[in-house]
Design a protein around this ligand. Structure first.
Ligand code: NDP
Length: 450
């Protein structure tokens, strides 16, 4: 049995109840096969055995009271996965589906994503099964404060620097930071995604969406294609999706869909990004409101979705930007996209395509931007926020955007060059996984058994 197979088998036996984590590990390990054929040192140092086990798990209780005075209890997590190349870095997710397995999958992906950015950041992730939907401002604040009452012990500007993710935006980062400062009496760059007036970086809000489109542009350039004038599908309507739509429009492409957990909008006129921001960022309403206010738009409720596939991915398009959540494109959705002429799939969300869907995109040789490369612009700009905090400066929008653009190009270039080195030029999943892994694994060897 090969070394890769042995470690995968062992994990499958130990964590059968963590399917997302196993999926993320399987995708990375499958890509590493050609590297392990050439290079024996990773097996000698048992790197795979070591890299799948987080350096530290923090599981904690979060207790708070709701507006009616009822006691509420949630589970909190911070998983400090790997610090071989820098302090732990990765977002916090507040969503009712969050479990230890979800945070492990996200933290594992984060190790290699952060490595690809070229910045000194290790991998971590955290969150809670708290559901912010329907909660008042004061309930959100009390929950964030209760969450930080434990988290503050484990984080620090040079130790572990959390950021946002699903359900955690600038409002939540504000409440978390306020409580950190109250508990420690320190004004540190301990969280990223802060507001501009107190240590945040310009472009951080836009970074994941803009970066995702920059990555897609690089892939398309290599095929003498561009996004200009092209029809694009976007899923999600949160931070990543909104700024993906905005950048696509700036480049002359037409994004015609967005979605949320209750349904999706199909607007052949192109998504009105000003209206979308108003509904999602200010009013925090469902997308149904969009269709009521824009007459060219159709709203399709998820209650009317057929069994087994998402009709959003059946709309003919040139490029697809899944930007909501994990496993939102299954193998049937992948067939629909390919049958309808889709030439580019760029993952804005983390692991939005199932393993079967990924295989179909790679086999079809369309441009496929894997999440850990395509959506790394968010964490890269968080890294830029940390640099600005450390040097007590702030850069202009243009400066940060230029650096973000350069980082996305760098990520494309190393992923592509590595894919080529291993004889599979078109396979950026393989390229990104090997390039991200090699740097971390070599650092682990250099630093001994710790
Ligand atoms: P937001 O909370 O801002 O938005 C999430 C969006 O996805 C919402 O429209 C939400 O709908 C939808 N969504 C969430 N869960 C589901 C579900 N189970 N089914 C259908 N729709 C769902 O999160 P972000 O935009 O920040 O994150 C989106 C993705 O991008 C995630 O995978 C995240 O890990 C990834 N990512 C985010 C980065 C960032 O900088 N923010 C960086 C890198 C990756 P609803 O509002 O109805 O819940």
């Amino acid at each position: 049995m090969s070394y890769i197979h042995e470690v995968l088998n062992r994990l499958q036996g130990k964590f059968p109840h963590q399917p997302e984590f196993l999926q993320a590990v399987t995708e990375v390990f499958e890509s590493l096969r050609p590297l392990f054929k050439q290079e024996k040192k990773y097996e000698k140092y048992k790197i795979l055995h070591r890299i799948v086990i987080p350096e530290r798990h923090v599981n904690f209780r979060v207790t708070w009271t709701d507006n009616k005075g009822n006691i509420q209890v949630n589970q909190g997590y911070r998983i400090e996965f790997n610090s071989a190349i820098g302090p732990y870095k990765g977002g916090l997710r507040f969503h009712p589906t969050v479990s230890e397995g979800t945070i492990k999958f996200l933290g594992f992906e984060q190790i290699f994503k952060n490595s690809l950015t070229g910045l000194a950041m290790g991998g971590g992730k955290g969150g809670s099964d708290f559901d912010p939907k329907g909660r008042s401002e004061s309930e959100i604040m009390r929950f964030c404060q209760a969450f930080m009452n434990e988290l503050f012990r484990h984080i620090g500007a040079n130790t572990d620097v959390p950021a946002g993710d699903i359900g955690v935006g600038s409002r939540e980062i504000g409440y978390l930071f306020g409580q950190y400062k109250k508990l420690t009496n320190r004004f540190d760059g301990v969280l990223t995604g802060k507001a501009l007036g107190w240590g945040g970086s310009l472009v951080r809000t836009e970074a994941t969406g803009y970066g995702s489109v920059y990555f897609a542009e690089e892939m398309l350039k290599s095929k003498n294609e561009s996004l200009e004038g092209k029809i694009c599908l976007v899923s999600g309507s949160g931070n990543v999706a909104i700024y993906t739509v905005e950048k696509l429009q700036q480049l002359g492409a037409k994004a015609i869909t967005v979605s949320d957990s209750r349904g999706f909008i199909h607007d052949n006129d192109g998504i009105d990004v000003v209206l979308l921001k108003d509904i999602k960022e200010k009013r925090r309403e469902s997308l149904e409101a969009y269709a009521k206010e824009k007459k060219t738009a159709k709203y399709i409720s998820s209650q009317n979705y057929p069994q087994g596939y998402n009709p959003l991915w059946s709309i003919p398009c040139f490029a697809a930007f899944p930007s909501a959540t994990q496993n939102e494109i299954n193998s049937v959705d992948a067939d629909h996209l390919l049958q309808n002429g889709c030439k580019c799939v760029n993952e804005g969300a983390n692991m939005p395509s199932t393993l079967e869907a990924v295989h179909k995109f790679i086999d079809a040789k369309v441009c496929f931007g894997p999440a850990k490369a395509a959506n790394a612009g968010g964490v890269a700009t968080s890294g830029l926020e940390m640099s600005q905090n450390a040097s007590m400066t702030s850069w202009s929008f243009e400066e940060v955007d230029k650096k973000l653009h350069a980082i996305m190009k760098h990520i494309y270039d190393i992923s592509q060059e590595t894919a080529k080195e291993f004889g599979e030029s078109h396979n950026l999943v393989l390229g990104a996984n090997i390039a991200g892994f090699r740097k971390v694994a070599d650092a682990m060897i250099d630093q001994g058994l710790v």
